[in-house]
Design a protein around this ligand. Structure first.
Ligand code: A3P
Length: 318
């Protein structure tokens, strides 16, 4: 079970006490501006422990994402890709009975939840982890090692709409108005936000260090899934062999991890994570451009303007 604010350690309270604070979108906790990014109070102990104790190995693979960028999807894809020799029989694949978040845990919220070093001995090599932290906030050992980071982001308009739906779903009482949430998102006050700074932190690093950081976009994954998956496999040093290509392994992985398949599995329709989050909350629509059904023309213009300003110095386009 995740921590409640009442359970925070003294170390956490001390860190939090000096930080700017806002109410989180779900309404049960607070967000704190820590190292330039808004972290939920109950995740702070995990973030501190992850930063302090994580020892990266050169063979590690870390999936880093902005919330609602398609983390669940890419967790499923990376897990299937890396374990494809262990699970040749797709009818017995772990993804059929386990949610991707169980198979690929978050470092700062699932593994380093207490002020101690978790036992990671059960992880097979290469170890596959995930994180929502910005590049700047990753532990020094992860940045200094040769581990590979796959980063996924998504256009800010769909990211915002997805986050708004998700947090309303988790809210115990009432819903956040779209306008109120939009204002917070634009001010950068969102889970692990500011969204733009998060994207930029990995973008810059992926340019300087393309061997270790692969920068992906949800939209491109949707548009050219086979191309993107082959790219990921090469980046991770496990390209598809001609035999695998001939057998259709690329498409098998994509079909297994497709929205239609994962969202209709019993485990994802009725299961829950240990945090209490219902698995179905991670599968809503899975399409590009749903923002047009929610945002007004003024909202679109405002988000586009902020995005253009923030990404002006880069080649980044959404
Ligand atoms: P929508 O709310 O727009 O539908 P995250 O996993 O980072 O929390 O992101 C969740 C978003 O990814 C949701 O977007 C969800 O529907 C979408 N998603 C989940 N599984 C997916 C899949 N297999 N393929 C494509 N999109 C998926």
């Amino acid at each position: 079970k995740y921590l409640q604010e009442n359970d925070l350690t003294q170390e956490c309270r001390d860190v939090i006490s000096s930080l700017p604070t806002e109410e989180d979108w779900v309404g049960s906790n607070h967000l704190h501006l820590f190292q330039g990014f808004w972290i939920i109070s109950t995740c702070m102990a995990g973030v501190l422990a992850f930063q302090k104790y994580f020892q990266a190995r050169d063979t590690d693979i870390i999936l880093a994402t902005t919330p609602k960028a398609g983390t669940t999807w890419l967790k499923a894809i990376l897990f299937s890709l890396l374990n494809r020799v262990h699970y040749p029989d797709l009818l017995k694949h772990p993804l059929l009975t386990s949610n991707p978040h169980v198979l690929v845990p978050f470092l700062e919220t699932d593994l380093y939840i207490e002020n101690q070093v978790p036992d990671l001995t059960s992880f097979v090599y290469p170890r596959l982890f995930s994180t929502h932290l910005s590049y700047n906030s990753l532990p020094t050992s992860a940045k200094a090692s040769n581990c590979k980071i796959v980063y996924l982001c998504r256009n800010p308009k769909d990211t915002f709409v997805s986050l708004w739906h998700f947090t309303n779903k988790l809210k115990l009482r009432g819903t956040n108005s779209l306008e109120e949430a939009f204002d917070k998102f634009c001010r950068g006050v969102s889970l692990y936000g500011p969204y733009w700074d998060h994207v930029l932190s990995f973008w810059k690093e992926s340019i300087e260090n393309p061997q270790n950081i692969l920068f992906l976009k949800y939209e491109k994954m949707k548009e050219q899934p086979t191309y993107e998956l082959r790219k990921v496999a090469e980046f991770l040093g496990c390209p598809f062999t001609p035999e695998e290509e001939a057998k259709g392994v690329v498409n098998d992985i994509l079909s297994l991890c497709s929205f239609d398949n994962l969202s209709t599995l019993e485990v994802n329709k009725s299961g829950k994570l240990s945090s209490g989050h219902p698995n179905e909350a991670f599968f809503r629509l899975g399409k590009v451009g749903d923002y047009t059904n929610y945002l007004t023309a003024e909202m679109v213009e405002k988000l586009d303007r902020i995005t253009e300003e923030k990404f002006r110095e880069t080649q980044l386009k959404f």
